[in-house]
Write a protein that binds this ligand. Sequence first.
Ligand SMILES: Nc1ncnc2c1ncn2[C@@H]1O[C@H](COP(=O)(O)OP(=O)(O)OP(=O)(O)O)[C@@H](O)[C@H]1O
Length: 437
Amino acid sequence: MAPEKEALWPFFEFAVEHAAVGVHAVDMAGKTVIYNEKMKQIEGLDLSDLTDRTVLDLFRFGKNESTLMQVLKSGVPVLNAKQTYWNRTGQEITTVNDTYPVAGPSGMIGAIELARDVTALEKFVHQPLRTYDEKVTFASITAVSDSMKGVVATAKKAAAARLPVLLSGETGTGKDLLAGAIHNGSSSSGKSYYTLFCPGLDTQDLRNSMEQIREDPECTVFCDRIDLAGMKMQEELLRELNRLGEDHRQFIASIGGDAIDLIAEGSLLKELYYFFSSITIYIPPLRKRIADLWPFIDDYLELHRRRFGSAVQGLSPEVQQTFESYRWPGNLKEVELLLDEVTSVLTTETEITYDLLPHHFKLKVQEGFSPAKRPQDFVVQEGNEFLPLDQYLREAEEYYLSKVMNVFEGNVTKAAQALGMSRQNLQYHLKKLKNGI
Ligand SMILES: Nc1ncnc2c1ncn2[C@@H]1O[C@H](COP(=O)(O)OP(=O)(O)OP(=O)(O)O)[C@@H](O)[C@H]1O
């Protein structure tokens, strides 16, 4: 390298590390040569040893599924590929990726992926309900598990009583959907439905919306994610709501977790909680009501056959096992986006097989079983703190199973064979560990 260029090297390095886009570059062998801070943040991983191994070794996705590998092979850029991730803390992240071939003095030397984090924008541009132009009703909600049946039954009562309702649950559990169903199931059906998306709300937006709401005495007002609005905005919102007076409006709000915890940690204004909580409905995460997963997928595939002429009839047994043991931090919304991604590239396939799953999802499946323990934590040595036997055995079991699941890329059948146990038995152990039992 020319000395004047070499002198600039620290600047390049600094720029890559501090860039607001994720940067992942690989050489012609697929070995990672650059993986910047933003990319780690986006993928929710701490991969300090990434540079020593090839991407394929590490993530073990099929060659065709990695856009980096695709570009390495074709030499053609892949631009504007949108992906939604749920990192291991359950945070939803949407990126738009551009992947380019990189040329050296005598030909191509690798490929580079630039990932723009558009999560905030996605959240701000309010996502319409995914109902394919059909009216949202209680029948739009997949509710096969007992807990979800209970949720719908309470929501129906709330719609009839027209009392303020507070919906709580993780991202993607269907709070928006339920709010829409309550509106359409109440006497406000056919009247206006206002959504205030609280994380993106400013004083001016709030006042403008409130002006319209004031003129509309029979509407429904849905305040989405009040816990993400900030305390000052919550106080303003409460003042505006109290000013509306005694009309016939239906008030609904949603929060992303337990109300009492959110109040205790200072993310939810107690008085605003009281305003909405005449009826509180908690929607459990999908992993606690997995019975809802299969009917949701069946409905999704049936709708796609009917509307878009898709040929897909179902999932291969391997994919079923993977879905059953995955934690689904983004709940049914994550399932839906994953199916959108998979089905968008299918043509004549009648079954979704493991190979067809996107690599970022396989990565999440592998990551799902990686407790923060190290091998030395299980070595019994004098001077170490001794754990109660049952805790030690549980942690060792979790550690061992996590490693075996990683080796077999989340494939329960193969892992069970290696462990000398039945698939059902392994499934039972994995579920037990995931639920912290
Ligand atoms: N029980 C359900 N039945 C049918 N579809 C569901 C259900 N739960 C979620 N979905 C699907 O997931 C999508 C996203 O759900 P929704 O936006 O209502 O979740 P949310 O809890 O409001 O999420 P967030 O907190 O991120 O806004 C819905 O549009 C719907 O397609």
